[in-house]
Design a protein around this ligand. Structure first.
Ligand code: GLN
Length: 477
């Protein structure tokens, strides 16, 4: 087996057994990156010659290359958010996730492409470059963490971190056929994550196996005083349930989801997972979840409202780009007009409208009420079941350059956004391929802080489904 084909757990074991040296591991991934990056274009910034820079002598991640989405602050690499606004921007400090990875000896070798400021579902809203889906280079990798998912699927890094505000870890993981975990809101510190919608944003791992995702979660989770929403609690070892099987667990299946107008191949993978779960001796119960269109509407009001406020800081004064003009108001306007892309502008306008004096009660406050109703309903469901199983993305990866109506693209978030609205943890698990060879997935959702159970269930199902996760880099079959 090539070194770049090994999973994170296998790499760590081989390094601990002294079968592989840290510098050998780094060199193998650097070589793989050099061979495939031209085709995939996952990275927007990379440490040149990173294999020669290995100098870590401690920690579980020694010699392990990790890539971070370009909205997580690191000193050495740009934190561009794939925006012209921050194209050259480097932070004078490190995000908590970056510090934690470095403390374990990990090498942060690259920043990954994304939709500008994490707004989008294809990574095509990046102002910097176009990332391709490693399973079929004519398709998108999903978004907004598309570069992170593509890098992992292509074997450029064994794991990466993405951020998920409305599905941006799970949907690209689904499109690229890898594992993506959005932890419970508050489990991973957001310090140093450039904010999109602060009450929804959560960082999480993208990796090729459930065990690798659990390993990374062990490293990046934990209470952080620098993030006031970080959960102050005892953090468990997230690998503790991985050797258990599915028996004894109860899964809720929202049957109405499968009657919706979604891709047949997506449905069939959910049905396959149901059969596997039953065969393993676990129970599957029909459940009712709140209508997805309610969650979608609430999400696109809350997320845009928060974004309009968070992005007000990019005014040419404090960060990044500035366009000179006759007076300060003109300078603000020119800087923002020239350096923010169309999707970001659309969100800022929608959010500003939702928060404006006349519409706040009708839109923003109503959306918050809907949010509470949805959260309560999920909490009720979790009194009866351990986990929820369902679809993740309603379709496989879209074609590159498809001229889609923004509302149709928003609609594709129906199954992922309810989870951000309610704060629960959820995972995208590879479940097979379409006839054309594009990855398909299922989504597992757990109760608040139920990551141990979620990962246990995902591991149980992963063993039974046994889906390959290293991409072929084909032009398309
Ligand atoms: N597709 C969603 C959006 O465009 C998700 C974004 C995200 O999770 N960052 O808002």
């Amino acid at each position: 087996m090539n070194i770049y084909e090994m999973t994170l757990a296998q790499l760590i074991a081989a390094r601990e057994e002294k079968e592989l040296k840290p510098e050998e591991i780094l060199a193998a991934f650097a070589e793989r990156t050099a061979a495939v990056e031209d085709k995939v274009a996952s990275f927007v910034d990379i440490i040149p010659d990173f294999a020669s820079k290995e100098d870590q002598e401690n920690g579980i991640l020694q010699g392990i290359p990790v890539a971070l989405k370009a909205n997580m602050a690191t000193r050495e690499l740009t934190t561009s958010c794939a925006s012209k606004m921050l194209a050259e921007y480097k932070t004078p400090y490190e995000s908590t996730v970056a510090s934690k990875i470095k403390k374990e000896g990990g090498a942060i070798v690259a920043k990954t492409n994304m939709d500008e400021f994490a707004m989008g579902s294809t990574t095509e809203h990046s102002a910097l470059q176009t990332t391709k889906n490693p399973w079929n280079l004519n398709h998108v990798p999903g978004g907004s963490s598309g570069g992170a998912a593509a890098a992992v699927a292509a074997g450029e890094v064994p794991c990466a971190l993405g951020s998920d505000t409305g599905g941006s870890i799970r949907q690209p993981a689904s499109f690229c056929g890898v594992v993506g975990l959005k932890p419970t809101y508050g489990v991973v510190s957001r310090y140093g994550l450039v904010a999109f919608a602060s009450s929804l944003d959560q960082i999480g791992p993208i990796a090729r196996t459930v065990e690798d995702a659990a390993l990374m979660l062990n490293i990046i989770s934990g209470h952080d005083e620098k993030d006031s929403t970080s959960a102050a609690m005892e953090y468990p070892d997230y690998r503790q349930g991985l050797d258990k099987d599915l028996a004894g667990l109860t899964f809720g299946l929202p049957g109405s989801y499968l009657e919706m107008d979604i891709d047949e191949e997506v449905k069939s993978k959910v049905q396959k997972a149901v059969r596997e779960i039953k065969e393993a001796g676990a129970e599957v119960k029909e459940i009712e979840l709140p209508p997805v269109d309610l969650a979608l509407a609430a999400y696109y009001i809350i997320a845009t409202a928060e974004a309009s406020s968070n992005l007000a800081r990019y005014d040419g004064v404090r960060y990044g780009a500035r366009e000179e003009a006759g007076n300060v108001m003109e300078m603000f306007a020119k800087t923002r007009s020239k350096n923010l892309g169309p999707e970001v502008k659309r969100r800022i306008m929608l959010g500003t409208y939702a928060l404006s004096a006349g519409y706040q009660d009708e839109l923003y406050k109503k959306a918050l009420k809907v949010r509470t109703i949805i959260k309560d309903k999920y909490a009720q469901v979790f009194e009866e079941v351990d986990l929820i199983l369902g679809p993740n993305s309603p379709t496989p990866a879209f074609k590159l350059g498809e001229d889609k109506n923004p509302l149709d693209v928003y609609y594709a978030d129906i199954f992922t956004v309810p989870v951000n609205i309610s704060g629960f943890p959820a995972l995208s698990l590879p479940a097979g391929f379409t006839e054309q060879g594009l990855p398909l997935s299922v989504q597992l959702i757990g109760p608040a802080f139920g990551e141990v159970k979620l990962l246990q269930a995902a591991r149980g199902l992963e063993k039974r489904l046994a889906v390959p996760t290293l991409a072929t880099l084909d032009q398309g079959r």
